[in-house]
Ligand binder design. Structure first.
Ligand code: 3PG
Length: 306
């Protein structure tokens, strides 16, 4: 069993060591392709492997065409918009993710970004407090529920919208379940995005929706670049001098936003939500265990392409 770890953004060494231990204990070997710069390197590396671990690396039809022996790909992380699931099925490749394994890291960053925005990017200028403000969590999955828990520690009023999670489950955590997206945005001082990038959500966070947010509002995006209507947010920030945007997934117009809106915009130089040693270890080891479990025992838990 040959396992390729293809990570344009590498895992921490401890995670790579852990993956190797798991695979080698099962009689396999690990091949590493880190910080690759052209997709042809990925094509060459995947040619003879049985299993593949990726992060946000795109697993396209072309990658799969080059992977003649591939049986399983695991996205070490939550969002799987980088996997072409139909192509995986067509190539008889099982696709999985590792939900929940990096959620603490992302949730901590979301709150950290809220503090950073509230304290005017640690510039020394007079800021505001999170205490007493209302936080709207857009999608109450593994990250959303952790954001809720931490935000309550800050004394925020926490509410959430998620059409796929029963209101009772949200309310059981002491979080108000709101009935619609419009209500979430129109009643939240902060909105933290935790939605996946899908055909339905792409560009759905637009001018009209964001303009419903109250005066002094902040949007926090540790989810996906694609869910934002980038022209819409640029227009909104131009129209509303009170609106702030902090993001871990830089938009195509990041330079324009930074130049025009100064302390009201901040984007991390590289997506870092899941970039902690702990998250790397949790997700990386889970991916390795899922590969061994599938290849040795046919365990299909967390399979995405049924
Ligand atoms: C995820 O979907 O798990 C996160 O966005 C993390 O992505 P990354 O592995 O590229 O850091």
């Amino acid at each position: 069993m040959k396992v390729l770890v293809a990570t344009e953004k590498p895992f921490a060494k401890a995670a790579v060591d852990g993956i190797k231990s798991i695979v080698e204990a099962a009689g396999g070997e690990v091949v590493l392709l880190e910080k690759y710069t052209v997709v042809e390197q990925f094509y060459a590396a995947v040619a003879d492997v049985d299993a593949l671990i990726v992060r946000s690396d795109k697993v396209t039809k072309e990658v799969l065409d080059h992977a003649k022996n591939l049986k399983i790909v695991v996205r070490a992380g939550a969002g799987f918009d980088n996997l072409d699931l139909e192509a995986c099925t067509a190539h008889n490749v099982v696709a999985m993710n590792t939900p929940g394994q990096n959620s603490d890291a992302v949730a901590e960053l979301a709150l950290g970004m809220m503090v950073y925005a509230a304290r005017v990017q640690f510039s020394g200028a007079t800021g505001t407090e999170l205490k007493g403000k209302t936080l709207g969590i857009h999608a109450y999955g593994n990250v959303g529920l952790r954001v809720a828990k931490i935000a309550k520690g800050f004394g925020m009023n926490v509410q959430a919208f998620d059409p796929f999670v029963p209101a009772e489950k949200i309310e059981a955590d002491g979080v108000k379940a709101v009935a619609s997206i419009d209500e979430l945005y129109s009643t939240s001082d902060y909105v933290s995005l935790h939605i996946p990038a899908t055909e339905q959500t792409k560009k759905s966070i637009n001018y009209e929706l964001l303009n419903k947010m109250p005066k002094g509002a902040t949007l926090v995006n540790t989810a996906r670049k694609e869910v934002i209507d980038e022209e819409g947010i640029a227009k909104l920030m131009a129209d509303r001098a009170d609106f702030k945007y902090v993001t871990d997934v830089a938009p195509a117009n990041a330079a324009e936003l930074a130049e025009k809106f100064g302390a009201r915009y901040f984007g991390t130089p590289k997506k870092m939500g899941a970039q902690t040693a702990e998250a790397n270890i949790n997700a990386g080891l889970a991916a390795a265990n899922q590969i061994v479990g599938y290849i040795k025992e046919g365990n299909e838990r967390f399979r995405l392409n049924k």
